[in-house]
Design a protein around this ligand. Structure first.
Ligand code: KIV
Length: 280
């Protein structure tokens, strides 16, 4: 059986320069496949709002939705380090609110850590959750919950001034006690500088190869999410095409009376068919 990684193992991997690979998952079967494939970690991202519910962004996602999906992922991947993603307005209001909602992930979905977006401006929330005994991952760069303020889903830290700003945010996340940091959609050199500056693991999604590990959105990687494809996505499968073809074939065979065939039906018990026909 696969051994579940701990935050300590992740720290060791950074020190040994071993790359960590993780992906988002929102449901039981995907979590099962990811664990079977040997994924190091899983994120139940609030990207589920777009990938599962068809929302335009992540803002409408609720705590209850995140808990339900995290719980399903935990059942599918009992031996994988799972991170629950705190949705918009679950941690911004106050430290108490943030601690309460973070705690729900651990109590109701048995996650190993939670992730929240922001640098210096969420310092006190990260510290409060860590002080309550929970593992927190930070998330800076392109932070989808504040994409309106950032000018949309666009790369961050492309000027020296904004890159220095990101470095300050990264340091604040570490100072607040986070065990790791995710950096999204920034140039590789900026992510590399953050990785080399921080003692904690620094992971990339769309922030290039100078990181302690890589995250991808499962629906992007599998070719399931079709609304748009960010530059940093590599598609490893064309699942939307595979599914559409299977549905087309099912429709054709059923309308053509080829399905269900003999092998897909149940027979009556021996002698029962004659009695049934005789009595009806
Ligand atoms: O919700 C999510 O999947 C995320 C990624 C975009 C990093 O937070």
């Amino acid at each position: 059986m696969k051994k579940k990684l701990s935050a300590h193992d992740l720290q060791k991997k950074k020190e040994n320069k071993e790359i960590v690979v993780w992906v988002t998952a929102y449901d039981y079967p995907t979590a099962q496949c990811a664990e079977k494939a040997g994924m190091d970690m899983l994120l139940v991202g609030d990207s589920l709002g777009m990938c599962v519910y068809g929302y335009e962004g992540t803002m409408p996602v609720t705590m209850d939705q995140c808990i339900v999906h995290s719980d399903a992922v935990r059942r599918g991947a009992p031996n994988t380090f799972i991170i629950g993603d705190m949705p918009f307005l679950s941690y911004q209001i106050s430290q108490e609110h943030a601690v309460f909602n973070a705690g729900r992930f651990f109590k109701e979905a048995k996650v190993d850590a939670i992730k929240l977006e922001g640098g210096r401006r969420v310092y006190s929330q990260i510290k409060a959750i860590v002080d309550a005994g929970m593992l927190v991952m930070g998330h800076i760069g392109l932070t989808p919950q504040s994409s309106g303020q950032l000018g949309g889903f666009i790369a961050q830290g492309r000027t020296a001034e904004t890159a220095i700003d990101l470095l300050e945010d990264a340091k604040a996340v570490q100072r607040a006690g986070a065990f790791a940091l995710l950096v999204e959609a920034v140039p590789p050199e900026v992510c590399g500088k953050i990785r080399d500056t921080l003692a904690i693991p620094v992971y990339s999604i769309g922030a290039g190869w100078m990181a302690d590990g890589q995250l991808m959105i499962c629906a992007d990687l599998l070719g399931l999410f079709q609304a748009f494809t960010p530059k940093f996505v590599k598609r490893y499968a064309k699942m939307a095409e595979v599914m559409t073809r299977a549905f087309e074939e099912y429709i054709q065979e059923t309308k053509g009376r080829k399905f269900p065939a003999e092998e897909h039906t149940y027979n009556m018990l021996p002698g029962e068919l004659e009695k049934f026909i005789g009595n009806s």
